[in-house]
Each structure stands twice: as structure tokens, then as C-alpha cells.
Design a protein around this ligand. Structure first.
Ligand SMILES: *Cc1c(COP(=O)(O)O)cnc(C)c1O
Length: 238
């Protein structure tokens, strides 16, 4: 499936995405080292992941647990990779996610947060998470509503095995990257306003937003993690 040409193409794509991130950061006077690229490897083979590692990528995002677990297992801890869970998470699968992933971006309810906290406690760990916000108010989409995330914070703050780092969102799909800008801005503003809340443990430093077609706009609006799949690995076969 993957051959030398894929390796060249992936290396080229990684460099071009990193270059675009730097340019977007420059446009708004941000330091580009505050933005981390997560290569999204759903449906990408282990050899495709190896090509990305060879190109310097260390952060990877997966959204299907069954697919992710064997991939993660094929790279030892010495590889120095950091895996991020970015997909819909069912409560009964939380136990397998805690510990295997450095960060869960898709915590979309208090019930799920409580389960992550419980499993992290069992594992003697503290799990880093982001709160997924349904920034477009779409009925088809998971995530905290804006008012719900405000209400959830004091409860989350008391969950001692969670480390809330910030917010994540997937805006409504659009053809034009520019159309996503108001949603990214709203998420940024929400994080800024929440960071003034008087909470002990919760941080709002991280903003996970922007995918292949709109990550440059997301960087302009404050993203600290961009989640890029097809711009690196090519279109996904379904
Ligand atoms: C698939 C996926 C991505 C990457 O999408 P691309 O358009 O291929 O860059 C980012 N975030 C989430 C949550 C995803 O499921």
C-alpha cells in the first residue's frame, strides 16, 4: 500500500503544512512554537505513520479506538510519540483510552468526564482532557453547549484525576475555510472568558481546532493544536 513515493509525498506534505502554520502565525504575530501539529491517522497504515515519524511528526490523532490500539502498540514508548484521542468516545470504552492516550480531546459531557476521572483514578493516573464544545449548536453533533460548559466547570474542577487543559471544537462543515472563522473566534473567546473563572485546577491554555481545509484560519484565531489528516496522508479511502 505504501511505498517510497508515499514516503516522499508525506514528508513533502508535512513540511508544507508546517510552513503554512508558520505563515499563518506570522500574519497575526503569534509564535509558531505555540502551535502543535497533530497528524490524524484514522485509516492510515502503520507504514504511513512511520513515514510521518521520519518526517518529524510526534503527535498523532486517532478517533477510532479499535483501530488505534494495535497501531499504538506497534510503536514502543521509546518512539517518543504522543497519541491524542479525538473521536466520539463511548463510556464503556473509556477504560481502554485512559493511559493509552496522552490527551482526550473529545470529552463531551459531564457523565463522560466522570467516567474518565474514575478510570484514571483506578489506573493511578491523571488524564489530560479537552472539553469538546458544540460551537455551531448543531443538533447532530456532540459536545457541551456554551452555557453547559460554563456550568460544568466547578464540577470538573473537583475531579482530581482529570487535568482539563482547554477546549476543542469541530465547526459545521463549510466549503470556504473563511466561513469557519467566526466559530474558531467564538471558541477562543469562550476559552478566554472561562480562564477568568475562579477555578483551582482547570486551565484554558489549549485550543484544539482546525483541520486540513481550515487549519490556517484556526491558527490565525488562536489554535494551539491543529488536527490535520488528509492534507498530510491524502484523501481517505472509505
Ligand atoms: C478526521 C478528523 C480530523 C482530520 O480531518 P482532515 O480533514 O482529514 O484533516 C480532525 N479532527 C477530527 C475530530 C477528525 O475526526
Amino acid at each position: 500500500m505504501t511505498d517510497a513515493r508515499d514516503s516522499d509525498a508525506i514528508a513533502h506534505n508535512v513540511q508544507s503544512v508546517l510552513h503554512s502554520i508558520r505563515r499563518a502565525a506570522d500574519r497575526v504575530g503569534r509564535r509558531s512554537d505555540t502551535i502543535r501539529l497533530i497528524a490524524v491517522t484514522k485509516s492510515v497504515s502503520v507504514s504511513g505513520i512511520r513515514h510521518a515519524i521520519a518526517a518529524g511528526v510526534r503527535l498523532f490523532g486517532e478517533n477510532r479506538l479499535q483501530e488505534a490500539i494495535p497501531k499504538i502498540a506497534s510503536f514502543g514508548p521509546e518512539a517518543g510519540l504522543s497519541w491524542h484521542f479525538i473521536g466520539r468516545l463511548q463510556r464503556r470504552k473509556v477504560r481502554s483510552v485512559v493511559g493509552a492516550f496522552a490527551m482526550i480531546h473529545s470529552v463531551d459531557s459531564l457523565e463522560l468526564a466522570a467516567e474518565v476521572n474514575r478510570r484514571a483514578e483506578e489506573a493511578g493516573a491523571c488524564q489530560e482532557i479537552l472539553l469538546e464544545v458544540n460551537i455551531g449548536g448543531e443538533s447532530s453533533k456532540a459536545g457541551f453547549s456554551l452555557p453547559a460548559v460554563v456550568d460544568a466547570l466547578p464540577v470538573l474542577d473537583s475531579m482530581s484525576h482529570l487535568s482539563v487543559k482547554g477546549l476543542m471544537a469541530v465547526p459545521p462543515p463549510t466549503l470556504e475555510a473563511e466561513s469557519a472563522r467566526p466559530y474558531f473566534r467564538r471558541l477562543s473567546e469562550l476559552a478566554r472568558s472561562l480562564s477568568h473563572a475562579n477555578l483551582r485546577r482547570i486551565r484554558m491554555d489549549e485550543l484544539s481546532m482546525g483541520m486540513s481545509n481550515d487549519y490556517e484560519v484556526a491558527v490565525e484565531e488562536g489554535a494551539t493544536f491543529v488536527r490535520v489528516g488528509s492534507a498530510i496522508f491524502g484523501p481517505r479511502a472509505l
